[in-house]
Design a protein around this ligand. Sequence first.
Ligand code: PEP
Length: 253
Amino acid sequence: MKRPIIAGNWKMFKTPSEGSAFVDEVMKLVLDHEKVDVIFCPPFTALFNMKDAFESGKHFSLGAQNCHWEESGAFTGEISVGMLKDCRVQYVILGHSERRHIFHEPDEWINRKVHSVINGNMTPILCIGETLTQRDEGETEAILDKQLQLGLKGIDSLDNIVIAYEPVWAIGTGLTATPAQVSETHQQVRDILNQLYDTEAVENVAILYGGSVKPENAKELILTQGVDGFLIGGASLKVDSFTTIIENVELSI
Ligand code: PEP
């Protein structure tokens, strides 16, 4: 099994001071859980404050929730890869379903962002996933195929990429995909990637699951075939639930 990755997506929650206190507390509690890579993805405003807590080489890193693909310019409200780098950000979540559905981000923009993040020597966490209607209509594999083909267009190597499979219907809803659904879909993701990249690269790429992961289901999900870690929203906001998930993952591997 690969080193599991547990990424917490805070969305639009926590002020910079709340975020720093939270990270300090979590780090103290899971400092010894060195078998798991933990990524904190706070809102942009918290990143600069936090950067000193993340010294390189430890199993904790800082992630952002989005970025713009241009280096700089007249893009009111946007943040560039260089700005994130200055805050010691190592990962950037791209194509989250909330960006796709609420802010109507097309695959073409997501692809530009993937290129910029990789060119900036950071790692994109590329989110893909189907809606409930798409699943019910048997379109899951076609949707994932489209999101992967377009999101990764022009990307030659999977070396610095993390994929997060997040069924839209399971995000923030309390509904979790069953282990059978998760393993089947993660296999579909690998099959799609196998058409684009060589077998070894596809075996090595981390595919996270996201969608109502919580302490109660973390053990079962981390042991599910093809799952290399989690992208967690709601349960990453509380010290108890986030640290328990990290502990449960470390104990299960
Ligand atoms: C997410 O925001 O990526 C997510 C998976 O949220 P939640 O864990 O709350 O479903």
